[in-house]
Ligand binder design. Structure first.
Ligand SMILES: C[S@@+](CC[C@H](N)C(=O)[O-])C[C@H]1O[C@@H](n2cnc3c(N)ncnc32)[C@H](O)[C@@H]1O
Length: 331
């Protein structure tokens, strides 16, 4: 890894340069992901002309990736190094933050000063958030979700904040269940419809653009025996803990007896200075930027209990600070 150059040349490490490297690398990786270039790189290696029509910048981009040890030349093709493969394994996280939240962060000053308002003047990119969230969960969430769901029975699944519906498609496939995807973002719903059609599942899975924080507005919940909400419940919590609990009560009233809810969240950092945390401070700040707070495991469990559910299981997936909570409607 090129950062070791500091040590090799006897120059003391300067953390600010590591941050600059991270900033540029994340921006480049997110852009190449959006262009589909990372798929080509993973599948068959990269030629300069695969990167883009601006051949001079495309060449310099490849040289940059070589300089930083992400790819190495192999004849006239550039292939991922071990370090590059490791980075791309986590490309969903990079695309989510540097792509989905690119604008809110370069305009962070406007938000923190109060000059601009999140959601009115400045927003995340709904399409990128939908696509990157699914990638992010592929290896770090999906196996844990599938293992948890293999222990329960369900025939009809609703996915609140379904994003591009890749999670919903996978879950329905586990038990040959029908699906209902709900998302408030028109861009996410467009991606979801594409994915459902691509897999030939339009007869089994419906996706609707709606506000899932209003249980009354979601059609057909009476026949849904599993609700999943991955990185969605904090969107409802944004309206306050009392609102969230009454939302869960409304949900419990409409769901059939024995219905399950499976939520995935990221917990806030424990703020233990002796033990710096990975990812949770950034995740927490991103949600603070949107006016959203997060709860601890106890906080989520208490809210679900007050909302008329029993906690059946909590599991820590392979996401730093990640939590999966399986709840079931009490009688
Ligand atoms: C972080 S993404 C997660 C997407 C997906 N669940 C996944 O894990 O891949 C959160 C999703 O919730 C959607 N969302 C936010 N507020 C919502 C609301 N009130 N009703 C429905 N969807 C909402 C967003 O548009 C976004 O697609």
């Amino acid at each position: 890894m090129a950062t070791n150059d500091f040590a090799i040349r006897g120059i003391p490490r300067r953390h600010s340069f590591e941050l600059l490297e991270g900033y540029i690398m994340c921006s480049v990786i997110a852009s190449l992901d959006d262009l589909g270039v990372l798929d080509i790189l993973e599948e068959k290696g990269l030629r300069v002309e695969d990167v883009g029509g601006n051949l001079q910048l495309a060449r310099d981009t490849v040289f940059y990736l070589v300089d930083r040890g992400v790819v190495a030349p192999d004849g006239d093709v550039y292939r991922l190094t071990g370090y590059g493969r490791e980075l791309l394994r986590d490309r969903g996280y990079i695309f989510w933050i540097a792509g989905g939240f690119g604008e809110p962060f370069w305009r962070f000053g406007e938000l923190v000063s109060g000059k601009s308002k999140y959601g009115k003047d400045i927003s995340r990119d709904g399409r990128i958030v939908a696509v990157s969230s699914a990638d992010l969960g592929l290896e770090d969430l999906k196996p844990y979700v599938h293992s948890l769901l293999s222990e329960i029975e369900f025939t009809r699944v609703a996915d609140f904040g379904c994003g591009n519906a890749r999670n919903l498609i996978g879950i329905c496939g586990l038990k040959d269940a029908d699906g209902l995807g709900v998302d408030i973002s028109a861009d996410a719903i467009a991606e979801a419809r594409r994915e459902v059609a691509k897999d030939g599942l339009t007869e089994r899975i419906t996706v609707v653009e709606a506000d899932a924080s209003n249980a009354a507005a979601i059609p057909g919940l009476e026949t849904v025996d599993l609700v999943v909400g991955f990185f969605f419940m904090h969107e409802v919590l944004e309206q306050g803990l009392d609102y969230f609990v009454s939302y869960l009560r409304g949900l419990a009233e409409r769901l059939p007896a024995g219905a399950h809810v499976l939520a995935a969240e990221v917990l806030p950092p424990q703020r233990d200075r002796a033990c710096p945390e990975t990812f949770t401070p950034e995740f927490t700040l991103i949600h603070a930027l949107m006016g959203q707070g997060l709860l601890s495991e106890e906080g989520w469990s208490d809210a679900f209990r007050q909302g008329g559910f029993e906690i059946r299981k909590t599991v820590r997936p392979n996401i730093p600070g990640g939590l999966l909570l399986l709840a079931q409607k009490t009688d």
